[in-house]
Design a protein around this ligand. Structure first.
Ligand code: DX5
Ligand code: ZN
Length: 223
């Protein structure tokens, strides 16, 4: 399991220090929630902020675009230093073209689905993505309650990927805590995003270990 802490819940006035603290605590990924006030009812940070912090961090930048028409900004996020660029299926008219363009620019490509969007939206783009992000809350805010229907969605997606012999990562975002980590990993999740449940309980190394030990528990139960 890879843990990707969402900076939405970090000390945003002190992002450079937060990024160093994550790296020192043994994290490998960090999740950037980019919101435009149109796709979601909230505004956060964008490519300019990410670009400034890229110089300060060796973490894998997992960038979740909650913006309409993300196709207009792909090269800007590439220049800003995104490693993985995730777009919402609901936000771009020509999803396959957008995903292919992300890869052409040299980034990993991800697609995100809102809780109400069916998995059938992915059927013809499975080969075009490195990661699928299933939202387990409606996007826009940190600190919301996890929607349990997500478990069934993960299991079905894992089956779809297995049938096609694909090793595409499944990422879960929203309301993830150490308490639901084992169930999420057992259902088939590979990458867990956590904002409020991660940052509210420092120190970060102990918090990372709290999530990882739950993931380990799930693995040993399956074997
Ligand atoms: C929600 C964002 C999430 C959010 C997760 O729109 O995509 O990444 O920050 O926060 P928690 O873990 O607090 O639900
Ligand atoms: Zn997110």
């Amino acid at each position: 399991m890879i843990l990707s802490p969402s900076l939405l819940s970090a000390d945003v006035g002190n992002l450079a220090a937060e990024l160093s603290a994550l790296e020192a605590a043994g994290l490998r990924w960090v999740h950037w929630d980019v919101m435009d006030g149109r796709f979601v009812p909230n505004i956060t940070f964008g490519q300019h902020v990410i670009r400034q912090l890229r110089k300060r961090s060796g973490l894998f930048f997992d960038v979740h675009l909650m913006i309409v028409e993300p196709e207009n900004y792909l090269s800007e996020f590439q220049a800003a230093g995104a490693d993985m660029l995730v777009v919402h299926a609901e936000a771009t008219r020509h999803l396959q073209r957008t995903l292919a363009e992300i890869r052409r620019l040299g980034m990993k490509a991800g697609v995100a689905l809102n809780p109400a969007t069916p998995l059938s939206a992915l059927e013809y783009v499975l080969e075009d993505v490195d990661m699928i992000l299933l939202m387990s809350v409606n996007p826009g805010f940190g600190g919301q309650k996890f929607l349990p229907i997500t478990y069934e969605k993960i299991r079905r997606l894992r089956r779809m990927l297995d049938e096609r012999r694909l090793e595409t990562l499944i990422q879960i975002d929203g309301g993830v805590t150490p308490d639901n980590t084992a169930d999420l990993v057992r259902a088939g999740a590979d990458v867990l995003v956590s904002g409020s449940a991660f940052f509210s309980v420092p120190p970060y190394e102990a918090r990372r270990l709290a999530f990882e030990s739950k993931a380990e528990e799930a693995r040993s139960l399956t074997l």
